[in-house]
Design a protein around this ligand. Structure first.
Ligand SMILES: Cc1ncc(COP(=O)(O)O)c(C=O)c1O
Length: 386
């Protein structure tokens, strides 16, 4: 049996054929293909605006900048997440405040979030934004987060890096907060190589995002190109960035977004298969899908109950590797990573659930190029562990 990768992009002839168009027309920078991808993405996620970026990291940075997050501001983030969720707060010169995660959903623990908010506001501090992360494709508890946002007046930036096409109460990720941010890295359900997207329903934020994405220019490249006035020059009233997606990526994205629904349905089918076939292993806790969520299974991440198995997580991963199966740890407890640990003098034990998830989660292979035989083989090897 060939080695089973933890994740693989699922690309085909359609992407190959579509990407030829920008190559033949010579329009390689952000242009009609990016626009097409944005329009399809916005329509599918039921939002008024979608702006493609170079990555989710840059989308998150744009989002915080558009919201005016700056030095002296506090932004609350879950600890168990990819480091980029927290780094973008640092890019703005603001201070991240970690919140512990929920042991069963892996998302931000809303009860602990409320306690942190109460404590901060009691001490006269205000929070500029909260970044709930829809980890591995499971949307965070958005209704409770939005009600806290109303009570305390902070902005909500959804880190939906893993959650294109994921749903909560019949609505799409990225349509709840002030701004949603997505990733199209090849480990995500759909990919453009590198790439990201900001979504919003707010007219003012939309204008800021578009302007900041392109150096802060008052006139877009496309407007300049299509104009009959060669002297049409933009002004630059704000400090912006070049976070534009290329049309080569836009062409790939435009084909991939058409396949997103099918990819998620397939992933959900195989996640259910894993749930069912792995249910006999008392030491392996399979991922939860609480009501009212519709998981997109960007990753299938289990937790190991170390009281019920003699092997450590890393030894299990090594055994899987030797059997030709790729696995990964869920993600990081960012408060344990060198930069944050040192800068904020944080102890590992300050966020015990994030620390536990960092130590004992394992992501199993689940992607759109896997066969029934692949899933059965992963289950067979896991079943031999005790
Ligand atoms: C939760 C989360 N946020 C942000 C990112 C950053 O995404 P990108 O690699 O597109 O910058 C990732 C990437 O894996 C992620 O998982």
């Amino acid at each position: 049996m060939a080695y089973i990768n933890i994740a693989e992009p699922c690309l085909g002839e359609e992407e190959w054929n579509y990407v030829k168009e920008p190559i033949s027309t010579g329009w390689l920078t952000q242009g009609p293909k990016v626009k097409e991808f944005e329009n399809k993405f916005a329509a599918m996620h039921n939002v008024n605006y979608a702006y493609a970026t170079t990555s989710c990291t840059t989308a998150l940075h744009l989002a915080l900048t558009a919201l005016g997050v700056t030095k002296g501001d506090y932004v609350i983030v879950p600890s168990f997440t990819w480091i980029a969720t927290v780094n973008v707060v640092e890019y703005c010169g603001a201070t991240p405040i970690f919140c512990d995660n929920d042991i069963s959903t892996y998302n931000i623990d809303v009860e602990k979030l409320e306690l942190i908010l109460e404590e901060l506001y009691k001490n006269g501090k205000t929070v500029k934004a909260v970044i709930p992360v829809h980890l591995f494709g499971l949307v965070a508890d958005m209704y409770r987060i939005l009600s806290l946002s109303k009570k305390y007046g902070f902005a909500v930036v959804e880190d939906a890096a893993c959650a294109a096409g994921a749903m909560y109460d019949g609505k799409y990720a990225g349509s709840f907060g002030d701004i949603g941010c997505f990733s199209f890295h090849p480990r995500k359900v759909i990919t453009t190589g590198e790439g990201g997207m900001c979504t919003t329903n707010d007219d003012v934020l939309a204008e800021r995002l578009a302007c900041l994405r392109s150096h802060g220019a008052t006139v877009s490249e496309e407007q300049r190109h299509r104009s009959n006035s060669p002297y049409l020059m933009p002004d630059f009233n704000v400090l912006g960035f070049n976070y534009r997606m290329s049309d080569l990526q836009g062409a790939v994205g435009s084909v991939q977004i058409d396949k997103l629904g099918r990819f998620i349905n397939e992933r959900r089918k195989w996640a259910e298969y894993y749930n069912h076939r792995l249910s006999g292993l008392d030491w392996l806790i399979t991922p939860l899908e609480p009501i009212p969520c519709r998981h997109s299974y960007q990753a299938y991440v289990c937790r190991i109950d170390t009281t019920k198995v003699d092997m450590r997580r890393d030894d299990i991963m090594q055994k899987m590797q030797e059997a030709g199966i790729g696995t990964r740890a869920g993600t990081h407890a960012v408060h344990e990573l060198g930069y944050y640990k040192k800068k904020y003098n944080i102890s590992k034990h300050d966020y015990p659930v994030a620390a536990e998830l960092y130590a004992n989660t394992i992501s199993l292979p689940l992607h759109n190029n896997m066969s029934q035989a692949d899933y059965d083989y992963v289950i067979e090897i896991l079943s031999g562990i005790n």
